[in-house]
Design a protein around this ligand. Structure first.
Ligand code: UTP
Length: 298
Protein backbone atom coordinates (compact mmCIF):
# COMPACT_ATOMS: atom_id res chain seq x y z
CA UNK A 1 0.00 0.00 0.00
CA UNK A 2 1.19 3.53 -0.77
CA UNK A 3 1.69 5.81 2.19
CA UNK A 4 -1.07 8.37 1.65
CA UNK A 5 0.11 11.91 1.07
CA UNK A 6 -2.02 14.94 1.67
CA UNK A 7 -4.19 15.93 -1.29
CA UNK A 8 -3.19 19.58 -1.68
CA UNK A 9 -3.97 20.39 -5.30
CA UNK A 10 -7.18 20.24 -7.29
CA UNK A 11 -7.67 20.61 -11.03
CA UNK A 12 -10.80 22.25 -12.45
CA UNK A 13 -11.04 21.68 -16.21
CA UNK A 14 -13.15 24.51 -17.63
CA UNK A 15 -12.05 24.55 -21.27
CA UNK A 16 -14.77 22.37 -22.80
CA UNK A 17 -16.91 23.75 -25.61
CA UNK A 18 -20.15 23.33 -23.65
CA UNK A 19 -22.10 22.70 -26.84
CA UNK A 20 -25.24 21.57 -24.99
CA UNK A 21 -25.64 25.10 -23.64
CA UNK A 22 -25.05 27.10 -26.79
CA UNK A 23 -25.58 29.98 -27.35
CA UNK A 24 -25.17 30.73 -23.60
CA UNK A 25 -21.69 29.20 -23.66
CA UNK A 26 -20.48 30.99 -26.77
CA UNK A 27 -18.54 33.55 -24.76
CA UNK A 28 -18.57 32.13 -21.22
CA UNK A 29 -17.55 28.70 -19.99
CA UNK A 30 -20.47 26.51 -18.93
CA UNK A 31 -18.88 26.43 -15.45
CA UNK A 32 -19.80 30.13 -15.09
CA UNK A 33 -23.52 29.46 -15.48
CA UNK A 34 -25.21 30.24 -12.15
CA UNK A 35 -27.30 27.96 -9.98
CA UNK A 36 -29.48 30.60 -8.25
CA UNK A 37 -26.77 33.23 -7.64
CA UNK A 38 -23.44 31.41 -7.69
CA UNK A 39 -21.63 30.04 -10.74
CA UNK A 40 -21.13 26.28 -10.90
CA UNK A 41 -17.37 26.71 -10.53
CA UNK A 42 -17.78 28.45 -7.19
CA UNK A 43 -19.74 25.55 -5.71
CA UNK A 44 -16.94 23.21 -6.86
CA UNK A 45 -14.24 25.46 -5.41
CA UNK A 46 -16.08 25.60 -2.07
CA UNK A 47 -16.27 21.79 -2.07
CA UNK A 48 -12.52 21.59 -2.71
CA UNK A 49 -11.71 24.07 0.07
CA UNK A 50 -13.83 22.05 2.48
CA UNK A 51 -11.73 18.99 1.56
CA UNK A 52 -8.53 20.85 2.51
CA UNK A 53 -7.27 21.78 -0.97
CA UNK A 54 -4.58 24.48 -0.94
CA UNK A 55 -3.96 25.05 -4.66
CA UNK A 56 -6.71 25.52 -7.26
CA UNK A 57 -5.62 24.83 -10.83
CA UNK A 58 -8.01 26.02 -13.54
CA UNK A 59 -7.57 24.65 -17.05
CA UNK A 60 -9.22 27.25 -19.22
CA UNK A 61 -9.47 28.07 -22.88
CA UNK A 62 -7.84 31.01 -24.64
CA UNK A 63 -11.23 32.45 -25.58
CA UNK A 64 -12.94 32.68 -22.20
CA UNK A 65 -11.46 34.73 -19.37
CA UNK A 66 -14.37 35.02 -16.97
CA UNK A 67 -13.14 32.31 -14.59
CA UNK A 68 -10.02 34.37 -13.90
CA UNK A 69 -12.12 37.51 -13.44
CA UNK A 70 -14.49 35.72 -11.06
CA UNK A 71 -11.70 34.66 -8.71
CA UNK A 72 -9.84 37.99 -8.89
CA UNK A 73 -10.73 41.04 -6.86
CA UNK A 74 -12.76 43.79 -8.53
CA UNK A 75 -11.57 47.02 -6.94
CA UNK A 76 -14.23 49.24 -8.51
CA UNK A 77 -17.16 47.01 -7.56
CA UNK A 78 -15.77 46.50 -4.05
CA UNK A 79 -15.37 50.25 -3.56
CA UNK A 80 -18.91 50.94 -4.76
CA UNK A 81 -20.43 48.27 -2.53
CA UNK A 82 -18.43 49.36 0.50
CA UNK A 83 -19.82 52.90 0.05
CA UNK A 84 -23.35 51.67 -0.57
CA UNK A 85 -23.91 50.50 3.00
CA UNK A 86 -24.63 46.91 1.89
CA UNK A 87 -21.93 44.88 3.65
CA UNK A 88 -23.64 41.57 2.89
CA UNK A 89 -23.27 42.21 -0.85
CA UNK A 90 -19.62 43.12 -0.37
CA UNK A 91 -19.03 39.88 1.56
CA UNK A 92 -20.45 37.88 -1.32
CA UNK A 93 -17.69 39.03 -3.65
CA UNK A 94 -14.74 39.38 -1.29
CA UNK A 95 -14.85 36.04 0.54
CA UNK A 96 -14.83 33.72 -2.46
CA UNK A 97 -11.36 32.22 -1.97
CA UNK A 98 -9.18 32.81 1.14
CA UNK A 99 -5.83 34.50 0.48
CA UNK A 100 -3.85 31.49 1.73
CA UNK A 101 -5.19 29.43 -1.21
CA UNK A 102 -3.14 29.60 -4.43
CA UNK A 103 -4.85 29.95 -7.80
CA UNK A 104 -3.09 28.81 -10.96
CA UNK A 105 -4.46 29.30 -14.48
CA UNK A 106 -3.29 27.05 -17.28
CA UNK A 107 -4.40 27.42 -20.89
CA UNK A 108 -5.60 24.46 -22.93
CA UNK A 109 -5.03 25.87 -26.40
CA UNK A 110 -7.39 23.41 -28.11
CA UNK A 111 -10.30 21.43 -26.66
CA UNK A 112 -8.80 17.98 -27.31
CA UNK A 113 -10.68 16.25 -24.51
CA UNK A 114 -10.79 15.95 -20.72
CA UNK A 115 -7.68 13.73 -20.63
CA UNK A 116 -5.77 16.38 -22.56
CA UNK A 117 -7.05 19.11 -20.22
CA UNK A 118 -5.70 17.14 -17.24
CA UNK A 119 -2.34 16.70 -18.99
CA UNK A 120 -2.12 20.50 -19.15
CA UNK A 121 -1.85 20.48 -15.33
CA UNK A 122 1.06 18.03 -15.21
CA UNK A 123 3.87 20.49 -14.53
CA UNK A 124 1.86 22.24 -11.79
CA UNK A 125 0.94 18.96 -10.07
CA UNK A 126 4.39 17.34 -10.27
CA UNK A 127 4.75 14.03 -8.47
CA UNK A 128 1.93 14.10 -5.95
CA UNK A 129 -1.61 12.72 -5.81
CA UNK A 130 -4.24 15.27 -6.76
CA UNK A 131 -7.96 15.85 -7.12
CA UNK A 132 -10.08 16.67 -10.17
CA UNK A 133 -13.50 18.30 -9.96
CA UNK A 134 -15.80 18.74 -12.94
CA UNK A 135 -17.91 21.66 -11.82
CA UNK A 136 -20.88 20.73 -13.98
CA UNK A 137 -21.43 17.69 -11.77
CA UNK A 138 -22.87 18.93 -8.48
CA UNK A 139 -23.19 16.69 -5.43
CA UNK A 140 -25.39 18.11 -2.70
CA UNK A 141 -24.90 16.46 0.67
CA UNK A 142 -25.90 17.45 4.17
CA UNK A 143 -22.73 15.95 5.67
CA UNK A 144 -19.20 15.84 4.22
CA UNK A 145 -18.89 17.09 0.64
CA UNK A 146 -18.17 14.68 -2.21
CA UNK A 147 -14.45 15.44 -2.39
CA UNK A 148 -14.05 15.17 1.41
CA UNK A 149 -15.58 11.70 1.28
CA UNK A 150 -13.10 10.67 -1.40
CA UNK A 151 -10.07 12.22 0.31
CA UNK A 152 -11.10 10.31 3.46
CA UNK A 153 -10.99 7.00 1.54
CA UNK A 154 -7.68 7.92 -0.10
CA UNK A 155 -6.17 8.68 3.32
CA UNK A 156 -7.37 5.29 4.60
CA UNK A 157 -6.13 3.22 1.67
CA UNK A 158 -3.48 5.17 -0.28
CA UNK A 159 -5.32 4.23 -3.49
CA UNK A 160 -6.76 6.45 -6.21
CA UNK A 161 -10.51 7.01 -5.82
CA UNK A 162 -13.22 7.72 -8.40
CA UNK A 163 -16.71 8.97 -7.51
CA UNK A 164 -19.50 6.84 -8.99
CA UNK A 165 -23.26 6.50 -8.92
CA UNK A 166 -25.72 3.95 -10.24
CA UNK A 167 -27.14 5.04 -13.59
CA UNK A 168 -30.14 3.59 -15.47
CA UNK A 169 -28.80 0.77 -17.72
CA UNK A 170 -30.09 2.49 -20.89
CA UNK A 171 -27.98 5.59 -20.07
CA UNK A 172 -24.53 3.92 -19.90
CA UNK A 173 -23.56 5.52 -23.22
CA UNK A 174 -23.54 8.94 -21.56
CA UNK A 175 -20.95 7.94 -18.91
CA UNK A 176 -17.61 6.37 -18.23
CA UNK A 177 -18.60 3.02 -16.71
CA UNK A 178 -16.53 0.95 -14.24
CA UNK A 179 -16.42 -2.80 -13.71
CA UNK A 180 -15.84 -3.59 -10.02
CA UNK A 181 -15.08 -6.42 -7.59
CA UNK A 182 -17.34 -7.11 -4.61
CA UNK A 183 -18.05 -4.30 -2.21
CA UNK A 184 -15.61 -3.90 0.65
CA UNK A 185 -16.30 -1.48 3.50
CA UNK A 186 -18.42 0.80 1.32
CA UNK A 187 -16.09 0.94 -1.68
CA UNK A 188 -15.17 -1.34 -4.56
CA UNK A 189 -11.95 -2.10 -6.45
CA UNK A 190 -12.21 -1.21 -10.13
CA UNK A 191 -10.97 -3.78 -12.64
CA UNK A 192 -12.28 -2.26 -15.91
CA UNK A 193 -13.25 1.16 -17.22
CA UNK A 194 -15.03 1.90 -20.48
CA UNK A 195 -15.93 5.32 -21.87
CA UNK A 196 -19.58 5.63 -23.00
CA UNK A 197 -20.35 1.95 -23.67
CA UNK A 198 -23.60 0.72 -25.19
CA UNK A 199 -25.75 -0.94 -22.50
CA UNK A 200 -24.87 -4.42 -23.82
CA UNK A 201 -21.12 -3.67 -23.55
CA UNK A 202 -21.23 -1.96 -20.14
CA UNK A 203 -19.41 -3.86 -17.36
CA UNK A 204 -21.90 -2.56 -14.76
CA UNK A 205 -24.31 0.33 -14.24
CA UNK A 206 -21.84 2.32 -12.12
CA UNK A 207 -21.23 5.61 -13.88
CA UNK A 208 -18.27 7.88 -13.17
CA UNK A 209 -19.25 11.30 -11.92
CA UNK A 210 -16.93 14.24 -12.06
CA UNK A 211 -14.79 13.67 -8.97
CA UNK A 212 -11.38 11.98 -8.90
CA UNK A 213 -8.43 11.58 -6.53
CA UNK A 214 -5.58 10.25 -8.64
CA UNK A 215 -2.06 8.98 -8.41
CA UNK A 216 0.29 11.16 -10.53
CA UNK A 217 1.34 8.13 -12.60
CA UNK A 218 -1.88 8.75 -14.55
CA UNK A 219 0.01 11.45 -16.50
CA UNK A 220 2.39 8.86 -17.97
CA UNK A 221 -0.59 6.84 -19.21
CA UNK A 222 -2.42 9.89 -20.56
CA UNK A 223 0.64 10.67 -22.69
CA UNK A 224 0.35 7.32 -24.43
CA UNK A 225 -3.39 6.61 -24.73
CA UNK A 226 -4.09 8.60 -27.92
CA UNK A 227 -7.56 9.63 -29.06
CA UNK A 228 -10.49 7.60 -27.78
CA UNK A 229 -14.27 7.97 -27.77
CA UNK A 230 -15.44 11.02 -29.76
CA UNK A 231 -11.90 11.53 -31.15
CA UNK A 232 -10.83 13.08 -27.81
CA UNK A 233 -8.09 12.18 -25.34
CA UNK A 234 -10.17 10.60 -22.61
CA UNK A 235 -9.30 10.68 -18.91
CA UNK A 236 -11.11 7.35 -18.54
CA UNK A 237 -8.66 5.70 -20.96
CA UNK A 238 -5.67 7.04 -19.01
CA UNK A 239 -7.04 5.73 -15.71
CA UNK A 240 -7.94 2.40 -17.35
CA UNK A 241 -4.29 2.03 -18.41
CA UNK A 242 -3.11 2.96 -14.89
CA UNK A 243 -5.28 0.15 -13.46
CA UNK A 244 -2.69 -2.37 -14.63
CA UNK A 245 -0.14 -1.05 -12.16
CA UNK A 246 -2.12 0.78 -9.44
CA UNK A 247 -5.34 0.00 -7.58
CA UNK A 248 -8.24 2.39 -8.19
CA UNK A 249 -11.33 2.37 -5.97
CA UNK A 250 -14.91 3.31 -6.83
CA UNK A 251 -16.76 5.20 -4.11
CA UNK A 252 -20.53 5.64 -4.32
CA UNK A 253 -20.86 9.19 -3.07
CA UNK A 254 -23.32 10.23 -0.40
CA UNK A 255 -25.62 13.00 -1.61
CA UNK A 256 -27.84 14.02 -4.49
CA UNK A 257 -26.01 14.45 -7.77
CA UNK A 258 -27.06 16.86 -10.51
CA UNK A 259 -25.69 16.71 -14.04
CA UNK A 260 -25.60 20.44 -14.71
CA UNK A 261 -23.89 19.86 -18.06
CA UNK A 262 -27.35 18.91 -19.32
CA UNK A 263 -30.19 21.43 -19.47
CA UNK A 264 -32.51 19.11 -17.61
CA UNK A 265 -30.06 18.52 -14.71
CA UNK A 266 -29.32 22.23 -14.59
CA UNK A 267 -33.00 23.09 -14.04
CA UNK A 268 -33.35 20.36 -11.40
CA UNK A 269 -30.37 21.75 -9.50
CA UNK A 270 -31.69 25.29 -9.76
CA UNK A 271 -35.01 24.29 -8.18
CA UNK A 272 -33.34 22.24 -5.46
CA UNK A 273 -30.83 24.94 -4.53
CA UNK A 274 -33.54 27.61 -4.59
CA UNK A 275 -35.18 25.71 -1.71
CA UNK A 276 -32.12 26.56 0.43
CA UNK A 277 -32.86 30.28 0.16
CA UNK A 278 -35.38 31.40 2.77
CA UNK A 279 -36.18 34.54 0.81
CA UNK A 280 -37.16 32.59 -2.31
CA UNK A 281 -38.53 29.23 -1.20
CA UNK A 282 -42.21 30.14 -0.85
CA UNK A 283 -42.39 32.13 -4.06
CA UNK A 284 -40.72 29.37 -6.05
CA UNK A 285 -42.96 26.69 -4.55
CA UNK A 286 -46.06 28.77 -5.28
CA UNK A 287 -44.92 29.22 -8.85
CA UNK A 288 -44.17 25.51 -9.26
CA UNK A 289 -47.59 24.72 -7.87
CA UNK A 290 -49.23 27.04 -10.40
CA UNK A 291 -47.20 25.55 -13.27
CA UNK A 292 -48.04 21.97 -12.26
CA UNK A 293 -51.69 22.92 -12.06
CA UNK A 294 -51.67 24.60 -15.45
CA UNK A 295 -50.19 21.42 -16.99
CA UNK A 296 -52.77 19.23 -15.29
CA UNK A 297 -50.16 17.46 -13.12
CA UNK A 298 -52.01 18.15 -9.89
P1 UTP B 1 -17.90 17.56 -21.28
O1 UTP B 1 -17.78 16.16 -21.69
O2 UTP B 1 -19.07 17.93 -20.45
O3 UTP B 1 -17.81 18.46 -22.58
O4 UTP B 1 -16.57 17.94 -20.51
P2 UTP B 1 -18.08 19.99 -22.76
O5 UTP B 1 -17.38 20.42 -23.98
O6 UTP B 1 -17.76 20.78 -21.53
O7 UTP B 1 -19.68 20.11 -22.95
P3 UTP B 1 -20.64 19.61 -24.13
O8 UTP B 1 -20.71 18.12 -24.01
O9 UTP B 1 -20.06 20.06 -25.45
O10 UTP B 1 -21.95 20.28 -23.83
C1 UTP B 1 -16.33 17.50 -19.17
C2 UTP B 1 -15.43 18.49 -18.47
O11 UTP B 1 -14.17 18.55 -19.10
C3 UTP B 1 -13.85 19.87 -19.48
C4 UTP B 1 -15.20 20.59 -19.56
O12 UTP B 1 -15.03 21.99 -19.35
C5 UTP B 1 -15.98 19.90 -18.45
O13 UTP B 1 -15.65 20.43 -17.17
N1 UTP B 1 -13.13 19.80 -20.77
C6 UTP B 1 -13.58 18.99 -21.78
C7 UTP B 1 -11.98 20.54 -20.94
O14 UTP B 1 -11.56 21.31 -20.03
N2 UTP B 1 -11.30 20.45 -22.12
C8 UTP B 1 -11.71 19.64 -23.12
O15 UTP B 1 -11.03 19.58 -24.18
C9 UTP B 1 -12.88 18.90 -22.94
Amino acid sequence: MNIPRKIRKAVFPVAGLGTRFLPATKSIPKEMLPIVDKPLIQYAVEEALEAGIETLIFISSTRKHTIYDHFSSDFELETRLSHSGKPDLLDRITDIVPDRVDRVYVTQTEALGLGHAILCAESVIGDEPFAILLADDMVKNKGAGALSQMVGLYEETGSSVIGVEEVPPERTKSYGIVGVDDTEAGHQAIHTMVEKPLPEDAPSNLGIIGRYVLDPSVFRHLHSVGKGSGGEIQLTDGIAAMLETRPVLALALQGERYDCGSRHGFIEATIKYAMEHDDMRDDVLDHMFAVLKSYGRI
